[in-house]
Design a protein around this ligand. Structure first.
Ligand SMILES: Nc1ncnc2c1ncn2[C@@H]1O[C@H](COP(=O)(O)OP(=O)(O)OP(=O)(O)O)[C@@H](O)[C@H]1O
Length: 338
């Protein structure tokens, strides 16, 4: 990766990017630039994006590029644990502090001391624990369940979610004070369908990963199939699809990809297609990608409104209606449109 001019938005040589983030689209370059800017700091980062877009990869890159790199990177998946276990997972417990606590246990906050704590799927965290998490972040200290002493912690926090946390706040499922504490530096990882330029590079990366030294070539036809698909499961879906394709493929060329949508159509033409989007979703994605191409400029020459051939006032009201905010399409912080 080009270190010295990481602040400009153009040339990062991804082939030498050692953090495993493949892709050369403008969208992924922007993500890598944000990673380069924020990783040397102690700032809390909130990684946003649909499932399978690479949020964990971004979190690991942030850690690896920071001065905490040699220290622990501890991940907690807030969705994978029952609510009553998350507290003990995060803060630890003393022996005998509750039924089943046969031994003392060190929590993830302590385990991540002087390193990075990655809270994945933060949107799933129960409300009562959100209060305790906020306190731990603000006061930089924790107490084990059943413990009597206060333990100082020094962790860099990275959180990730595929939920719209602002909507969660509005719905009363996420505390606004915790949201503001986490949303210091948001990084939005765009869905794969908004960075189609990356699809072939990623596909070739996964072909190499899964086929070893007998790497088959991707035919133009198969490449076009991959580029045309919508990828509701994003990069993870592409990775699994390539793995499956390689198991079935016998020759030295991959001629056809069995995409899930096609299989579904064959099975039952009247069944609703998984991943089919509403008109509003399509409109939102299109506006977002035009805003990104326009460098975040909305009105005036070269702005998104001109490209979309609509008055800028119409674009502003569509953006408001579709909840498109600054920070989703440029490098700035997430700010509500007036
Ligand atoms: N740009 C990329 N280059 C190479 N591999 C990638 C890239 N993005 C994602 N992947 C791979 O895709 C898979 C899913 O990525 P990851 O787990 O980081 O996604 P995620 O957004 O955290 O998903 P979830 O929201 O479901 O937790 C992983 O195997 C990861 O290595």
């Amino acid at each position: 990766m080009k270190e010295s001019s990481a602040l400009d938005c153009t040339v990062i040589n991804i082939s030498t990017n050692k953090y495993g983030i493949e892709g050369s689209s403008i969208a992924i370059q922007k993500v890598l630039n944000l990673v380069a800017k924020v990783s040397p700091t102690q700032v809390t980062v909130l990684v946003l994006g649909e499932t399978g877009t690479g949020k964990e990869l971004v979190a690991r890159a942030l850690h690896e590029r920071s001065d905490r790199a040699g220290r622990p990177f501890i991940k907690v998946n807030c969705a994978a644990l029952p609510a009553n276990l998350i507290e003990s997972e995060l803060f630890g417990h003393e022996r005998g502090s509750f039924t089943g606590a046969y031994d003392k246990r060190v929590g993830k906050f302590e385990a991540a001391n002087r390193g990075t704590l990655f809270l994945d799927e933060i949107g799933e965290m129960p409300l009562d624990l959100q209060v305790k998490l906020l306190r731990a972040i603000q006061e930089k200290e924790i107490e084990r369940i059943g413990g009597r002493s206060v333990i100082k912690t020094d962790v860099r926090l990275i959180a990730a979610t595929n939920r719209d946390l602002e909507l969660e706040v509005q719905a009363g499922r996420f505390r606004s004070d915790l949201f503001f504490r986490l949303n210091v530096f948001p990084i939005v990882v765009p869905p794969l369908r908004e960075r189609r330029d990356d699809i072939l590079q990623l596909a070739n990366h996964f072909i190499a990963k899964f086929s070893g030294n007998k790497k088959p070539a991707l035919s133009r036809r198969a490449g076009k199939q991959l580029e045309a698909y919508e990828w509701p499961g994003n990069v993870r879906e592409l990775e699994h699809l390539i793995e499956r394709t390689l198991v079935l493929n016998e020759g030295t060329v991959i001629n056809e990809i069995m995409l899930p949508g096609r299989c579904l159509l064959k099975a039952d033409p009247s069944a609703p297609l998984a991943g089919v989007k509403t008109i509003a979703e399509v409109e939102r994605e299109h506006i977002l990608s035009v805003l990104r191409i326009s460098g975040g400029k909305i009105s005036g020459p070269g702005g998104a409104a001109v490209k979309l051939n609509i008055p800028s006032t119409t674009l502003y009201s569509k953006m408001k209606k579709l909840k498109i905010k600054k920070g989703y399409y440029d490098d700035g912080p997430l700010i509500e449109q007036a």
